[in-house]
Design a protein around this ligand. Structure first.
Ligand SMILES: N=c1c2ncn([C@@H]3O[C@H](COP(=O)(O)OP(=O)(O)OP(=O)(O)O)[C@@H](O)[C@H]3O)c2ncn1[C@@H]1O[C@H](COP(=O)(O)O)[C@@H](O)[C@H]1O
Length: 112
């Protein structure tokens, strides 16, 4: 896993209230202190902002905004993973498991 993903995931873990995170000093601790709904709200916001940035870029705007919004979305997804005691490595492992498996073939093989 990318070293930066691991480092940021470690900091996020350290911001959990049970690990001493202080909502007065830390944005991540503040999110954890507010709970699931606050984290999920941020995921929804950042996903929408990503869509809007892409639409703007396609209409002649600044493509770098897509990058910034994706970074916000990845970061908040990492907070969500931590909330469920999951790690970026778990997502990477899942992507590795899927590697080479065509989405079309996978869909055709579904029984439900
Ligand atoms: N990568 C990030 C990161 N990306 C985005 N953000 C914050 O996520 C928020 C994004 O919200 P918006 O863009 O919607 O801006 P906003 O309107 O100010 O946000 P809200 O008031 O709606 O929450 C902003 O407050 C950003 O500063 C981040 N906050 C923290 N990190 C990482 O997390 C670490 C720990 O952060 P703290 O817990 O704050 O020390 C940092 O050292 C960084 O490595």
């Amino acid at each position: 896993m990318s070293e930066i993903l691991k480092r940021v995931a470690d900091v996020i873990e350290s911001r959990k209230i049970a690990n001493g995170g202080d909502p007065e000093k830390s944005y991540v601790a503040r999110l954890f202190s507010k709970g699931d709904d606050a984290i999920l709200k941020k995921i929804g916001e950042e996903a929408t902002e990503t869509v809007m940035a892409a639409k703007d870029a396609r209409a002649g705007g600044d493509a770098s905004k897509v990058l910034y919004e994706c970074a916000d979305l990845w970061f908040h997804s990492m907070v969500l993973l931590a909330q469920f005691n999951l790690k970026p490595q778990d997502v990477i492992d899942e992507l590795a498991r899927r590697e080479g498996l065509s989405g079309i073939d996978e869909k055709a093989a579904r029984t439900e």
